[in-house]
Design a protein around this ligand. Structure first.
Ligand code: PLP
Length: 410
């Protein structure tokens, strides 16, 4: 019989030393996980071990430290491959994060395959990182950018999406999970519909990868991008997954060391995948430590984490809904544990500042989704986003905090 360890949030919290502190004299409540998550001890230890034990440049060295560093770096590639169930390690390209992954695809795929008159489709709820690179490409090429509208609840309107699709569509770039609304988009349906027109699909997995089971082969997406720092790993590392045949057909993104096979002044030939897209010395330490984050999540189990976070979402949604004047922005059919809200008559910035004085960290503003805020006719929201280590008691603290905020403005 398989042994199932009960989800023990108290034990999990012990692995995150940063949580055990006071801010303005109050125990920290960290609800800014959609911006970046905190790091467990194995990740912090992996960073220290790398710098204390085997810091060396990778791939070209023949000495022991270089070989160890290379093995660990490539070990993360294999761990990331398994984490999203990519078919081959060559399909895993290390980047600085989601933003760089999208820029890479827009620049490289765009240069090779997108021309004037072609169309690119995104949605109303995209992060600026999945808007601006496509706008830049459209400006350069004369391609057209179209936007899938959303409902007042925060779901994309699939029928409207279907109307935008045509033989001219070359790329659909969609966020899997909205950082501002929490919406889980029906990406599989979006992908299948796009493929019906021969279009390629890039999935922005920045918010999805820590919360949902990801299987890029089952999704059949052409590109999938995500960031380590939003899933308990270090900042400055991310992954671009791309189907091998597509990556092979795409020109390099940056030129330099590592991405070449042979260089002469007459002609340069390029390295094979994945190195063709990894010019220069990469972020070795953080990439190595990212493996510890992937292992940490695997050990606890995505299903258990997801179930627990849904409990927090349900609890938080009910608790916050009871606060007079509070309106939740984003009530999609399927959501991850993100609650964006506005409180009547109180600016989101004031809410954030006052909550901070009580030790509660939330994010306020447009969350890098200005067009989405325009869709709702609001300048911004306050956002509480929950991770595997948050608790219902912390949500109670947020509710008490918001009551205090309201009293101050009464
Ligand atoms: N896409 C989404 C949905 C995000 O939430 C974010 C970050 O907040 C990004 C893209 C950009 O990620 P990064 O800053 O790690 O490149």
């Amino acid at each position: 019989m398989e042994l199932v360890t009960a989800y023990n949030v108290t034990d999990i919290r012990k692995d995150f030393p940063i949580l055990n502190q006071t801010v303005h004299g109050k125990p920290l409540v960290y609800f800014d996980n959609a911006a970046t998550t905190q790091k467990p001890l194995p990740v912090i230890q992996a960073l220290t071990e790398y710098y204390q034990g085997y810091n060396a440049n990778i791939h070209r060295g023949i000495h022991t430290l270089a070989e160890k560093a290379t093995a660990e770096y490539e070990g993360t590639r294999e761990a990331a491959r398994q984490f999203i169930n990519a078919a081959q390690r060559e399909e895993i390209i290390f980047t600085r994060g989601t933003t760089e992954g999208i820029n890479l695809v827009a620049a490289s795929f765009g240069r090779a395959f997108i021309k004037a008159g072609d169309e690119i489709i995104i949605s109303t709820m995209e992060h600026h990182s999945n808007i601006v690179p496509w706008q830049m490409l459209c400006e350069e090429t004369g391609a057209k950018l179209s936007v899938i509208p959303i409902t007042d609840e925060g779901d994309i309107i699939l029928e409207e999406y279907e109307k935008l699709l045509s033989e001219k569509t070359k790329m659909v770039a969609l966020v899997y999970v909205s950082n501002s609304l929490g919406t889980i988009n029906p990406v599989k349906q979006v992908i299948d519909l796009a493929h019906g027109y021969g279009a390629r699909v890039l999935v922005d997995g920045a918010q999805a990868t820590a919360h949902l089971d990801i299987d890029v082969q089952a999704l059949d997406c052409d590109f999938y991008v995500f960031s380590s720092h939003k899933m308990y790993g270090p900042t400055g590392v991310g992954v671009l997954y791309g189907k091998k045949a597509l990556l092979e057909a795409m020109p390099p993104y940056q030129g330099g060391g590592e991405m070449i096979k042979d260089v002469s002044f007459e002609r340069t030939t390029y390295n094979e995948l994945p190195y063709k897209f990894e010019a220069g010395t990469p972020n070795i330490a953080d990439t190595v430590a990212f493996k510890a984050a992937l292992q940490y999540v695997n050990n606890i189990g995505k299903a258990a984490i997801g179930e627990y976070e849904q409990e927090l979402l349900a609890y938080g949604t009910e608790a916050l809904s009871g606060i007079p004047g509070l309106r939740i922005i984003g009530q999609a059919r399927e959501k991850i544990s993100v609650i964006s809200f506005r409180v009547e008559g109180i600016h989101h910035q004031d809410i954030g500042i006052i909550l901070d004085t009580q030790g509660i960290a939330v994010r306020t503003g447009h969350h890098c989704t200005q067009p989405l805020m325009q869709r709702f006719g609001i300048p911004g929201t306050s956002r509480a986003s929950f991770a595997m280590y948050n608790t219902k008691e912390e949500i109670d603290r947020l509710v008490q905090g918001l009551h205090k905020v309201r009293k101050m403005f009464a």
